[in-house]
Design a protein around this ligand. Structure first.
Ligand code: HEM
Length: 226
């Protein structure tokens, strides 16, 4: 097993883990977006969905543990890669260690900002889980309705702004992350790479607009006094 940990801790190995965990997290986000879109069906529709997830709680718990491991591994490797990359920077004569990062094409605004957009998403995630997830799983602050927690959360303009800014940041992060994962796997082709890039852009737009539409919708609803 020594060879496995050795190759996974190499810079290419770390990039590989980033790609694999990143694509799995993109998959989670699509499920999360679909689940959250039930909010548009009103109180009954959303409460029924969350209630039915409650009925399969053990399965949800297993999925959450896998999700937690994916996030932790993705973040841990991301910080390590950023740190190693940063350490090579002051020496202008030192060649970048990472063959993949060294390509000129990869050094775009999106790729350079990956650690920063990642850090913003991490801060959001800690806040998101310590409010919504904790409330959903350990008491709802006086309400018994899952839907009402969202109504209260997004009746505050501050929360709406924080969510929308983070969702735009998420879009930037995913736009580069998606195509970079394909590059890491070596799945590059003159014909298909532009398609991968287009799909990456489409996914990031759908997620940024899709997730942002929820706080905006609820804020507009709250202004109407509903
Ligand atoms: C408007 C946008 C979003 C809304 C309304 C929303 C809503 C929620 C809710 C209600 C829960 C609790 C579900 C439960 O425990 O049964 C939850 C959990 C969670 N959210 Fe979000 N979320 C949003 C965006 C995001 C984004 C962008 C991410 C990741 C970057 C994310 C990551 C998570 C994770 C990891 C959990 C815990 C796992 C789970 O229980 O499903 N969420 N979210």
């Amino acid at each position: 097993m020594g060879w496995l940990s050795k190759s996974l801790s190499s810079s290419i190995g770390k990039k590989f883990i980033m790609a694999l965990t990143g694509l799995s997290l993109i998959l989670f986000l699509s499920v999360h977006l679909v689940n959250n879109s039930f909010l548009f069906f009103g109180k009954e529709g959303f409460n029924t969905l969350v209630g039915s997830l409650d009925a399969v709680k053990p399965l949800v718990r297993v999925a959450e543990i896998i999700l937690l491991l994916l996030f932790v591994y993705h973040i841990y490797n991301g910080i390590k890669l950023w740190w190693e990359n940063w350490q090579t920077k002051p020496n202008m004569f030192a060649r970048n260690k990472y063959a993949i990062n060294a390509s000129k094409e990869n050094s775009t605004f999106y790729s350079r900002t990956m650690p920063y957009t990642g850090a913003i998403i991490l801060i959001f995630l800690i806040t998101h889980l310590s409010t919504l997830w904790v409330q959903y799983n350990f008491g709802m602050g006086g309400t018994h309705e899952y839907y009402d927690v969202i109504v209260v959360l997004f009746s505050s303009i501050g929360n709406v702004i924080i969510y929308v800014i983070t969702m735009i940041t998420l879009g930037f992060h995913l736009n580069h992350g998606f195509q970079s994962a394909f590059q890491t796997f070596g799945w590059e082709h003159k014909k298909y790479t532009p398609l991968v890039k287009a799909i990456g852009t489409l996914i990031s737009l759908v997620y940024a607009i899709g997730f942002s539409s929820i706080p905006i919708y609820f804020y507009i609803l709250s202004m109407g006094g509903n």
